[in-house]
Design a protein around this ligand. Structure first.
Ligand code: GZL
Length: 317
C-alpha cells in the first residue's frame, strides 16, 4: 500500500502526539500554579491543606503561593506562573474586581485557568470554569434556620466577611432576601471583621460597650472564625451566646462544632474545603480538548448541635 507524503505526515504526527493530560485527565504529571487568598481562617487553612494533599495524591507538581489577602501578591503570582510556563493555574481570588488584565495575559500565554471559591467580575471567557459553593444559598439557609428558630422575630448583628469579596456580598444578599419576608426580623448593625477571628472579637467587644445587648436576639456571621471571636467576647462579658443570643455562621470548621458542644453556637452552613479534585479534573479535561460548564457547584448543608460531637470527631481525627 502506497501512502501519499501528506498521509505519512499525518500518521507520523499521530504516532508522536502526546496529549498534555493523561488518559484519566486527572492532571497527573502536570505542573499547576495555585494562587491562594491567604490563611485568614481555619476554613482557608483546611482548603489549602486539602489541595496540597490532592495534588500529591495525583502526582501533580503544585506551585503554591499564599496571597496574604493581597490582590497585588496574587497577580504577581499569576505572572510568575506564566514565566514558569505552567500547564494550568488555579486562582482563589481575594476580591471580585481587578482581574481582567492579568487573566488576558494568562489566556494569551495559552494557560488554562480555573477560578475556585470566590468569584471574579471578569468575563467568563477568560477562565475555563469556576468551582465553588453557592454563597447566596448559604445566606438563605442561615436566615431560614434563624426565622424558624425565632418565629420570625429577631434583631440581628451581622459580622461581614472581606469587603469586595463575592462570598461576603452574596451571603448578605441571600440572608437579606429571606429576612425581608419577616417584618420583625431586622439587622440592626453590620460590620466587616474581614473573615478573621480577631475581627469578630473586636467588633463584638465594641458592640457590647455601645449597645443594649438585651435587645439582640442573634449574631449572623459570614464565617465561623468571626463567630468564634464574637463568642469569646460575649463569654468574657458574662453574656450567654448560644442561649440568650443565637449564633449562626458558615464554613462548618471543627471549632464551631466544639462551640456547639459547649452550648455557645447554634447553626453552621457547611462549606466544603475539597474543591481541588474538580479543579484539577477541569484542567485535565480542558487540556484533553473537552468543553466544560462555566460553573461546577460544590454543595453544603446545615449543621446543628444535635450532630456536633459526631461532626467534630469526623473533622479532627
Ligand atoms: C467562602 C470563602 C470564605 C470562607 C472564610 O467560600 O471565600 O473565605 O467562608 C474564608 O472562612 O476567609
Amino acid at each position: 500500500m502506497k501512502f501519499t507524503k501528506g498521509a505519512l505526515v499525518v500518521i507520523l504526527c499521530l504516532l508522536f502526539y502526546v496529549p498534555k493530560a493523561n488518559a484519566q485527565n486527572n492532571g497527573a504529571g502536570l505542573t499547576i500554579g495555585f494562587a491562594q487568598v491567604g490563611s485568614e481562617s481555619d476554613w482557608r487553612l483546611a482548603f489549602t491543606e486539602a489541595t496540597l494533599a490532592e495534588a500529591e495524591a495525583r502526582g501533580i507538581n503544585l506551585i503554591f503561593v499564599d496571597g496574604e489577602n493581597n490582590q497585588e501578591k496574587q497577580i504577581a503570582a499569576l505572572r510568575s506562573f506564566i514565566e514558569h510556563n505552567v500547564d494550568g493555574i488555579i486562582l482563589a481570588p481575594v476580591v471580585e474586581t481587578g482581574w481582567d488584565e492579568i487573566l488576558l495575559e494568562v489566556q494569551a500565554a495559552g494557560i488554562p485557568l480555573v477560578v475556585v471559591d470566590r468569584n471574579v467580575t471578569a468575563d467568563s471567557s477568560l477562565y475555563v470554569t469556576r468551582v465553588s459553593s453557592d454563597f447566596v444559598h448559604e445566606g438563605r439557609l442561615a436566615a431560614a434556620w434563624l426565622a424558624q428558630k425565632t418565629s420570625g422575630n429577631c434583631k440581628i448583628i451581622e459580622l461581614e466577611g472581606t469587603i469586595g469579596s463575592s462570598a461576603a456580598r452574596d451571603r448578605q444578599i441571600g440572608f437579606n432576601e429571606v429576612i425581608a419576608l419577616f417584618p420583625n426580623m431586622e439587622i440592626i448593625l453590620s460590620q466587616s471583621g474581614e473573615f478573621l477571628r480577631e475581627g469578630g472579637q473586636d467588633i463584638m467587644e465594641s458592640i457590647i460597650q455601645s449597645e443594649d445587648m438585651s435587645q439582640i436576639c442573634a449574631v449572623w456571621s459570614h464565617n465561623d472564625d468571626m463567630a468564634i471571636g464574637a463568642i469569646e467576647a460575649m463569654n468574657e462579658a458574662g453574656l450567654n451566646p448560644g442561649e440568650d443570643i443565637l449564633i449562626v455562621s458558615v464554613d462548618a470548621i471543627p471549632d464551631i462544632f466544639k462551640a456547639m458542644m459547649d452550648g455557645d453556637a447554634n447553626a453552621t452552613v457547611e462549606l466544603s474545603p475539597y474543591m481541588a479534585a474538580p479543579a484539577f479534573d477541569a484542567i485535565g479535561d480542558y487540556l484533553a480538548g473537552e468543553t466544560l460548564p462555566k460553573w461546577i457547584p460544590v454543595p453544603g448543608t446545615l449543621f446543628l448541635p444535635d450532630t456536633a460531637a459526631e461532626e467534630y470527631a469526623k473533622r479532627t481525627q
